[in-house]
Write a protein that binds this ligand. Sequence first.
Ligand SMILES: C[S@@+](CC[C@H](N)C(=O)[O-])C[C@H]1O[C@@H](n2cnc3c(N)ncnc32)[C@H](O)[C@@H]1O
Length: 228
Amino acid sequence: MLSWAIRLEGRALWTENADPGTATYGESLRRFGGIEFRRWDPSRSKLGAGIMRTRRDKSLLLPKEGSTVLYLGAGHGTSISHLHDHLCGEDNDLGGRIIAVDLAPRCLRDLLHLAKTRPGLVPVLGDARKHSAWGVLLPRKVDWLFQDVAQSGQVEIFIDASRRFLSVDGTGLLSLKAASERWTGEGEDALFAKVEMQLSKSGFVVEECIELTGYEDNHVLFVTRRVE
Ligand SMILES: C[S@@+](CC[C@H](N)C(=O)[O-])C[C@H]1O[C@@H](n2cnc3c(N)ncnc32)[C@H](O)[C@@H]1O
């Protein structure tokens, strides 16, 4: 088990279903020891891909169960549903909270639908860059922040949001899509190295750069810790 709710069986990742009987995005359901789990598809989730690919202890990528976290670029809730299984559990027995921000109304519709049966999930229609519109939902800093906005300026968006919302010593995960950055002809490896440098200069220790190729081509997941 990677956490009380996440298990690795061979090369398959599963989370204990906080909404039993329901598959969120067509994933398979299966019982282990009489308890229902959902298969976490890493090719549909950068967090899942990062967990499969990390060379360190996989649980280092996860927030503490029952905590409050910030997720920027929530999409349709694929990763968030698994995160919710771990963080909240059925009926939010663990008291977790996911502030899930996305600027696409279509995504919000799906997230609101998900939130009906997953208490603790708080969908927000908003722009990750405009903290004043939704920052009031986070009066205290969080220990875990995930960003997957796939738009240009991803690194600056991550640095600004982390400075405002991530606690010192907190874990910030940045999924970086090379194609979303302005192309300067330097090649992807150089781009990823430049981002690592930029993060290091901005008060983050980059603990790992996880190549997601194979699950998500041209993506790297930066695992950082805020140090100042
Ligand atoms: C690749 S998808 C996220 C997928 C999701 N993280 C998952 O694993 O299930 C990127 C999302 O970021 C959202 N997005 C892009 N720019 C944004 C911004 N400035 N603020 C909030 N969301 C943004 C898009 O609407 C899109 O839903």
